[in-house]
Write a protein that binds this ligand. Structure first.
Ligand SMILES: [Cu+2]
Length: 217
């Protein structure tokens, strides 16, 4: 019996180890003359709870921009926001479920935020309205950003998954996929950004930025 159990356990490990990457394509419908926003793709297991694997990530403030502009992290992760500019910056988000404000800070300083709940966070600076970032906090460790051609890949253990794509210009779209012990190709995903209208966001108090804030330095 014990030997059988051992053999079964070894098979499970082998199955997990040999499950190949799941790849797929994401098509994005855009408004004429625009390019698609970077899209986040993540996989949630359907037959078990997703393991919790938080990590440490960095979203730099440089050249009066957040770099990268899109970040995808597993829930529980900590994101640092170092200021590498000569001017002061602020970091805030009014997005549910956990809006936050890291205050004002200068070059060489960094503040961080631990995201304890999944959500799609639009991140801004209260001084510079052109600074925008999108942080997707997802309830699973399996997350990627699709490349410019819409290709994505996730290394998933065998099992069934819901795979979701989302960007800050489109509502999420999902498919389901069963992963065996070899590489798999997922059904195509599609996002519709065509209804997205760019609008000026509000400052951290919910007010318009002063006109002077939009002027180049
Ligand atoms: Cu700023």
């Amino acid at each position: 019996m014990q030997r059988w159990l051992f053999a079964f356990a070894a098979w499970l490990v082998a199955a997990a180890a040999t499950a190949g990457p799941v790849t797929g394509t994401l098509a994005v419908k855009t408004r004429p003359g625009t390019t698609a926003a970077p899209a986040v793709v993540y996989a949630e297991p359907l037959d078990a709870a997703a393991p919790r694997r938080p990590g440490s990530f960095t979203l730099t403030q440089k050249g009066r921009a957040f770099q990268p502009s899109v970040l995808a992290v597993p829930v529980g992760s900590t994101v640092s926001f170092p200021n590498q500019d000569l001017v002061f910056h602020n970091v805030f988000s009014l997005s549910a479920p956990e809006p936050f404000d890291l205050g004002l800070y200068k070059k060489g300083e960094s503040k961080s935020r631990t995201f304890t709940r999944p959500g799609l966070y639009r991140v801004f600076c209260n001084i510079h309205p052109t600074m925008t970032a999108f942080v997707a906090v997802v309830p699973t460790p399996w997350v990627a950003i699709a490349d410019a051609r819409g290709q994505w890949a996730l290394d998933l253990p065998a099992g069934r998954y819901r795979i979701t794509a989302v960007s800050d210009r489109a509502t999420p779209a999902s498919i389901e996929v069963a992963v065996g012990t070899s590489a798999a190709i997922a059904p195509p995903l599609a996002l519709d950004e065509s209804q997205f209208t760019p609008t000026a966001h509000k400052n951290k108090f919910g007010h318009d930025y002063p006109a002077a804030a939009y002027k180049k330095p």
